[in-house]
Design a protein around this ligand. Structure first.
Ligand code: GUN
Length: 284
């Protein structure tokens, strides 16, 4: 079997078309959605992500502001900027690109963002609401994965779902969303004893570990849906996922490529969250 490839660019383009209409409607009512992005330091991958987020805002008519700080910036300076953005009515979403330099307490920075503007869904209050099954903002990558599954008409009820990775950004919120969709969820991580034993049981396998090509075809159940969240750069400069695409696509029924799979969906859901936040500010 050769798997169907889930095209994140195509689905993103479709979703962004409808987001563009919603943004235009809000703008006409005098409430253009606005996103502020804060980048501290010179991490090249973060610089690319931030550039792509700002560019995406332009394509759907979301106002964006970018604030860049050098790597040695004292945390108070960034916290002051966050406080100003919290109070700025033009801004409906605030995103601090992670990771932050070592002098920062990441949790302190994330908690400083108003929970009503936390379009990344990383604030403790929003994590708590998601855990309770009553989300305010869903973290963009897991949200994008759920949209991809839903667009394919994949029901998760009673399915065996395996998430590889337990990060706050992907693994944990992904797990909560899969539980909310009534899947039976197993979470694997660096200390899992027999990873392949678990992955081979998965009807839906989500890889979010950050290790190039770590999930190989022999670790995939025949007919499984394989979602690759990893974005890794190989020594030759090419991008690859956490899944060995060539071997896994011969076993899976559906698979996401890297690039062009989950990546574009992450940014699309950031736009969706920002527009949703503007909707709420406009009293919709
Ligand atoms: N770093 C890697 N992924 C993300 C993300 O989704 N949001 C933020 N703010 N930082 C990240």
């Amino acid at each position: 079997m050769t798997a169907k490839i889930l095209d994140g660019n195509a689905l993103s383009a479709k979703l962004r078309e409808s987001l563009r209409h919603r943004a235009a409607e809000l703008t006409a009512q005098g409430c253009q959605p606005g996103l502020a992005v804060i980048l501290v330091g010179e991490n090249p991958a973060s610089q690319v992500y931030v550039r792509n987020k700002i560019k995406a805002c332009e394509t759907v008519g979301v106002h964006s502001e970018k604030y860049e700080f050098p790597a040695d910036t004292p945390p108070e300076k960034v916290l002051k900027k966050i406080a100003a953005l919290n109070a700025d009515p033009k801004i409906h979403g605030i995103l601090v690109q992670l990771p932050l330099p070592p002098q920062f307490d990441e949790d302190e920075v994330l908690e400083a963002i108003s929970a009503e503007k936390d379009v990344d869904g990383f604030h403790a209050e929003n994590v708590g609401l998601l855990a309770q099954g009553n989300p305010r903002f869903i973290s963009c990558t897991p949200y994008g994965v759920m949209e991809m599954l839903s667009a394919e008409g994949i029901s998760l009820r009673g399915k065996e779902a395996v998430v590889v990775g337990r990060s706050n950004i992907v693994g944990k919120p992904m797990t909560l969303l899969l539980i909310a969709a009534s899947a039976t969820v197993t979470v694997c991580h660096s200390q899992t004893r027999d990873l392949a034993f678990h992955t081979r049981r998965a009807d839906v396998l989500v890889a979010a570990v950050g290790k190039p090509k770590m999930i190989t075809g022999d670790m995939v159940k025949p007919g499984a849906v394989v979602i690759d969240v990893g974005i890794n750069r190989l020594p030759d400069g090419k991008l690859c996922g956490d899944v060995d695409f060539e071997s896994a696509k011969e076993v899976a029924s559906l698979i996401t490529p890297v690039p062009g799979g989950v990546g574009p969906m992450t940014i699309t859901m950031l736009l969706a969250n920002t527009i949703e936040s503007a909707d709420r500010a406009a009293g919709k």
